[in-house]
Design a protein around this ligand. Structure first.
Ligand SMILES: [Zn+2]
Length: 972
């Protein structure tokens, strides 16, 4: 087998594609356009196999659409905006050994470059080039003329316009809102700024003020209505608590709470510190009913959560119930803390929510039902969630809640909260629910009430409904993720859109702010049209005022004035406008699944606000992540392979196939190097057959087609249809499986039937083979573009396969007879080999018997009767008996019909229909024609008789077992 020089082949085609500008897309009025983009990369590290998935998937789709005759625009840019690069340069500056080692060892950055990385822009520039080269080497069919970075001044002009536009529409607000915050960077944090890319999820808690003389002990809760069911407070004895003056009141809280409250704009002065133990056994007053409740110890209290003081509602919180039970059992601890067992046992548990199926104490009931024995039982999570859901949806507050009695849980919750706030015995605080969220600088994030901050108002109800309308029209692939978008549109609130540090565009009306990275990346697809002209003509940012954008995007304003003021000639302005009208809206937006709840939803919101309906995007495609040999890729496991290293070692084409072949869109793809090698070998075998076919002399005429030729052509057409269908739905795993594995299987059968192997293919129809190979190369081209170009050239073409026409299904080449014939031969051969294997006979002779004519009549009748609305066996027999040739064997007919019908019921409708369409198969002729093949495969004398043949050789009377499509077999 040939071993290909993958890297040389890549270089050759990269050079040619570039020389001939194969992937540049401009306005072509005679061609339909297709505009697709993938989230531009953030250049703070080289791309690895994991990144390869989204980009390769997009490229395959772009190439497929191009071959379908569309004018495909696939551009690329680089997202420099934000703080992560800044944080990296600071770490380099401070001589962070770990980061420097990562750069040198894992990312292959030359040592001499490191010093320059103290300047953040140099990090971005370095990895920008690295990523771009990797994309080129991967064969991505990108129109590079449109490349830009988000810190280009011309791009900033565009973003300033976008923000002015949002402000003009009343979608930018200034105010105080809680945001995720890095105390070290003094900056809001979003998903892009945190390690592990987690979005800080901010929850709203009510602090309820329990009273100890003049001191307040605030307990944080998400369920203020349960204040009426409180039996005690929980404190962690080993934790440190403080007494502090908070906004002129005296509070006791955990030490960790003090820090958090400062960011929520409370004035705090710490007076004294003591251990939680000192609080145990004391009593506090419940502010809503004046009841005295005890303070008890609990190890599950986390001083970092809430205030480190937890109110205990045992009737409705299974954890609290179990904690009380456990406490009674721990006599030693009770003694040590000076508590009496009797005191804990004497606690009455008030039930405040009534619901179906829960008489008595609900927590107790569910704990007993689930067999929970201790606080550390993980089933407590489920018990909590189940009970909560049950009471939330069907529960009513009872008399113990006073004036709230009869309210639903959610209604009561809001009413109680409002009253607590009004009476100043409750306040609202915010906290990160999915804590700890760690900033990329290594600091744990907090919630900050951010004052006089600029927000994009995603809470605006009119905007939400516009976004929903936009979402309704967008095709989401895969479809089942659409509700996640809807859900995100629902919960999104005001989002902080600017920072005081980082790279990016300044807010045009308040220049000390820099627009952050999830806000300057929402409509940039439109800028790809402009960037081509900016790059080609050297247009400067001063030439791009708001009027320029208004004209290009909406055809507003006076063209002459815009031309004069911006020093851009009228024709150029017209060209840009024409190109925008041609390529917009975006046909397909591609991204990883983690961006659904932020970027992709912002993309929908902003398009709906800024562009008219006819320019709203058409499709969003979301894909899952990549695992390496079943494991998550991570620096610590050391299983991250930079893309460029992998290309050098394995070649881009096998890599592309391996990345896409193990999973459909939302599943995690499981990448392995074994798989890459498998694809390499399969492609090399295909290459071999092309070399062979081109070396063969007799390729001029197709000539007479044998049955196996007709069969492979028929199969080919079916596989083309299946592959096309799969790519259309972006089911690329299925497409690869069909056009590579299934096709290889068919080819093997074809070669076997044609008495062929690589050394001896004398009886193969070279022209047919040639035709098949051409189509295979075309099908492969979007997935493995380099080797496909090479093979296309080898097949004698001067064109690029990248822009060839995608093969179409030729309905007339679907040959049912050939397909059924080959099925018959394959099944008969498989059955024979099975019998030989099971019986361990060493055969000297094999005889086949094909069905009597009367059996075919019964078979056909049964088939057409089965397709009727109501199948009636009696009617079938009655009809059959009207046939003269059957009348003399009524018993046989009835028995046979029963058997046949029974079998047919296990076969799929499609196959039955196909068999019906085909009618009687000339089985005897088919097997006769294939006798040479059977002899070769079985290496014995093979003969065939019709069951009807009176002089047949049938010593054991086997012929009677024959059925249509299932000849009987005799082996001796
Ligand atoms: Zn930070």
């Amino acid at each position: 087998m040939i071993s290909l020089e993958w890297n040389n082949i890549q270089d050759k085609w990269l050079r040619r594609w570039q020389e001939d500008s194969v992937f540049q897309a401009d306005v072509d009025p005679n061609k339909q356009k297709y505009f697709l983009t993938v989230a531009y990369p953030y250049p703070n590290s080289p791309q690895h196999i994991g990144h390869g998935r989204t980009y390769t998937l997009t490229d395959v789709y772009a190439r497929f659409k191009r071959m379908q005759g569309l004018n495909v625009l696939f551009p690329m840019a680089f997202h420099y905006t934000g703080t992560p690069i800044l944080a990296m340069s600071e770490r380099i500056e401070s001589g962070d050994k770990e980061l420097i080692q990562t750069f040198i060892d894992l990312y292959n950055v030359p040592k001499e470059n490191i010093a320059s990385f103290k300047e953040p822009i140099n990090i971005a520039k370095y990895f920008h080039q690295e990523i771009k080269t990797g994309m080129i080497e991967m064969g991505y069919s990108i129109d590079w003329r449109r490349e830009f970075t988000t810190v280009d001044s011309t791009y900033s002009a565009f973003i300033e316009w976008q923000f002015a536009k949002l402000k003009e529409k009343g979608l930018i607000t200034i105010g105080s809102h809680p945001v995720g915050w890095c105390p070290k960077d003094k900056s809001p944090v979003g998903q892009h700024d945190t390690s592990g890319d987690v979005e800080p999820d901010i929850g709203e808690y009510t602090l309820i003020m329990f009273q100890m003389d003049n001191i307040r002990l605030p307990a944080a809760t998400l369920r203020p209505e349960t204040i009426y069911g409180v039996t005690n407070l929980w404190i962690r004895p080993e934790a440190t608590y403080i007494k502090a003056t908070v906004n002129e009141e005296s509070w006791i809280i955990s030490r960790e709470t003090a820090n958090k409250l400062q960011f929520l704009n409370m004035r705090i002065e710490i007076k004294e510190e003591f251990s939680g133990r000192e609080l145990i056994g004391k009593k506090v007053v419940n502010p809503v009913n004046g009841n005295e409740v005890n303070i008890f110890p609990a190890s599950f209290v986390d001083p970092k959560n809430g205030t480190g003081i937890v109110m205990s509602v045992p009737a409705h919180a299974p954890y609290d119930f179990q904690a009380l039970k456990d406490l009674i059992a721990k006599t030693d601890e009770l003694n040590r803390l000076g508590l009496s067992k009797e005191l804990v046992e004497s606690i009455k548990i008030p039930v405040i929510i009534l619901s179906d199926n829960y008489d008595g104490v609900p927590s107790q009931k569910i704990i007993d039902k689930m067999g929970i024995k201790s606080q550390s039982d993980p089933k407590l999570e489920d018990a909590t969630a189940d009970l909560y859901r049950h009471e939330f949806h069907g529960g009513k507050l009872n008399d113990l809640t006073g004036k709230y009695s009869g309210m639903s849980v959610s209604g009561g919750r809001n009413a109680v909260r409002e009253d607590l706030l009004k009476q100043k015995i409750g306040i609202i605080i915010y906290e990160i629910i999915n804590s700890p969220v760690i900033c990329r600088c290594g600091t744990e994030c907090v919630v900050k009430i951010f004052e006089n901050q600029w927000f994009i108002d995603y809470s605006n109800p009119h905007w939400k409904s516009l976004a929903r309308k936009c979402l309704d029209k967008i095709k989401i692939l895969p479809d089942d993720i659409k509700p996640e978008f809807d859900y995100t549109i629902g919960w999104l609130k005001e989002k902080a859109c600017a920072r005081k540090s980082g790279l990016g565009t300044h807010l045009p009306w308040d220049r000390e702010w820099i627009i952050e990275s999830l806000s300057d990346s929402v409509i940039y697809m439109a800028y790809y049209i402009i960037s081509k002209y900016v790059n080609m003509l050297g247009i400067k940012s001063q030439q791009l005022d708001y009027n320029f954008f208004e004209y290009i995007f909406f055809e507003k304003g006076n063209l002459e004035d815009i031309a004069t003021n911006n020093k851009i000639d009228i024709d150029t302005l017209r060209d840009i406008r024409r190109e925008f009208v041609y390529f917009y809206p975006l046909d397909s937006r591609h991204s990883g699944r983690d961006l659904v709840s932020n970027h992709l939803t912002f993309f929908i919101f902003n398009h709906s606000a800024i562009f008219p309906e006819n320019n709203w995007p058409h499709q969003i495609v979301v894909n899952g992540t990549v695992l390496m040999d079943g494991k998550k890729m991570s620096k610590s496991i050391g299983n991250i392979i930079p893309l460029r290293n992998a290309i050098k070692t394995y070649g881009a084409d096998p890599l592309r196939l391996a990345i896409l072949s193990t999973a459909e869109l939302l599943q995690d793809a499981d990448f392995s190097l074994t798989l890459v090698k498998t694809f390499r070998e399969r492609i090399e075998r295909l290459y071999d057959s092309i070399v062979w076919v081109m070396d063969s002399s007799e390729k001029s005429e197709i000539g007479n087609l044998k049955i196996e030729d007709r069969w492979i052509i028929s199969r080919l057409n079916r596989l083309v249809l299946q592959t096309t269908d799969a790519i259309n739905k972006l089911r690329l795993r299925e497409a690869i499986h069909t056009m590579i594995y299934l096709f290889d299987q068919d080819m093997q059968w074809y070669l076997r039937r044609s008495k062929s192997n690589l050394d001896d293919r004398t009886s193969i129809n070279v022209s047919v083979f040639h035709q098949i190979l051409e189509i295979r190369v075309k099908l492969l081209a979007p997935f493995a573009p380099f080797i496909s170009e090479e093979m296309w050239e080898l097949l004698g073409h001067k064109s690029y396969v990248s822009v060839e026409t995608w093969p179409k299904l030729d309905e007339s080449k679907i040959d049912l007879e050939a397909e059924e014939s080959e099925n018959l031969i394959k099944n008969v051969l498989d059955d024979t080999l099975n019998i030989i294997r099971v019986t361990k006979i060493k055969p000297s002779r094999v005889v086949y018997y094909t069905s009597s004519e009367w059996k075919w009549i019964v078979y056909s009748s049964a088939l057409s009767n089965l397709s009727l609305e109501r199948f009636d066996f009696g009617l079938l027999i009655k009809n059959l008996m009207t046939n003269v040739s059957l009348r003399n064997r009524p018993k046989e007919v009835s028995l046979f019909a029963k058997k046949i019908v029974y079998e047919m019921k296990t076969i799929s409708q499609d196959i039955l229909e196909q068999k019906m369409k085909l009618g009687t198969l000339r089985e005897n002729d088919i097997i006769k024609d294939a006798l040479e093949f059977f002899k070769r495969e079985l290496d014995v004398e093979v003969s065939v008789y019709s069951e009807d043949n009176p002089s047949k050789y049938d010593p054991k009377g086997r012929a009677g077992f024959s059925k249509p499509h299932r000849p009987a077999i005799y082996i001796e």
